[in-house]
Design a protein around this ligand. Sequence first.
Ligand code: AMP
Ligand code: TRP
Length: 345
Amino acid sequence: MTTHESRVFSGVQPTGNLHLGNYLGAITKFVALQESHECLYCVVDLHAITVWQEPAGLEHNIREVTATFIASGIDPKAHIIFNQSRVSGHAELAWILNCVARMGWLNRMTQFKEKAGKHRENASVGLFSYPNLMAADILLYRATHVPVGDDQKQHLELSRDIAQKFNSDFAKSIAAHGFDETFFPLPEPLITGPATRVMSLRDGTAKMSKSDPSDMTRINLMDDAETIAKKFRKARTDPEPLPGEEAGLKDRPEAENLVGIYAALAGVPRASVLQEFGGGQFSRFKEALTEVAVEKLAPVSAETKRLMDDPAHIDAILSDGAARAHAIADPILRQTKQVIGLLTD
Ligand code: AMP
Ligand code: TRP
């Protein structure tokens, strides 16, 4: 049995309001993995349209996620940045996987339940089958490692189940064609570090989210220094001073969240944040937190803005990335069709 080389794939939806959770939970990991892996980073526009997107806003948001990737330090020459809809294999493989995944599996997805809410009957069919498209994104490249925030854990488990079912349903045909018996490697989630689940600044039990109606709940990557300072100043806390040890964060979700954010931004363990700020008032800690956030985010937003002034340059990067992604995907999709018994050129 030959082993598959390691390859990283991840995606971010172009749905506006990229925030600190996206940055710490996903984008900073994307940047770090470039050192050790071949990486594909995808602006998942087909996922975005599972809920209504204003067309002009969607175009803007696709370019803005691309610009943010580059501004954060992803190298579009050494690795691949592209938008999903440009490589038609994503939609094609998603259809095939629609026929592999089971209704019962998708019915268990908590994100669909949250997003569809009480209006389940009125949700798009795409929103329901969203995790199959996500599995297609990953398997289309035989990606082995997938960096994501904690909220995507269940979707990744489903991707693994789909890969496994495909490998076993078609085992005979896979062998007859002389392909590796792990036709689709089971993708490994990479959910690591102190900020895999950044919480709302107004409610330590709710995830920081692009779609929260209140902008005060999140730090947007495009926020200026003054806005960042204001949002942290007004962030909810409890009346106790910060504890000196991690155990003291138990049942204090807002304090735990802010300490986790500081640790991730400064690149230090939570314990050393508490050593420095434990026993002190939140107001002083919040000032330090603002300082480290502005130091990290200001250059990213400035560079994103600069790149957004030249949309043609961004479009050229996406087009080049899509051509290179297509070159990897095409033979894998062709083999997939052969294994199923679909005739190909
Ligand atoms: P999305 O904006 O839903 O496409 O998410 C893009 C990436 O950011 C995914 O890997 C998510 O898991 C991650 N992410 C989104 N929200 C958060 C959050 N509040 N904390 C940590 N990671 C997050
Ligand atoms: N569903 C992911 C999210 O909302 C985005 C995504 C789409 C993704 N396809 C992917 C992440 C493939 C990792 C791998 O955050």
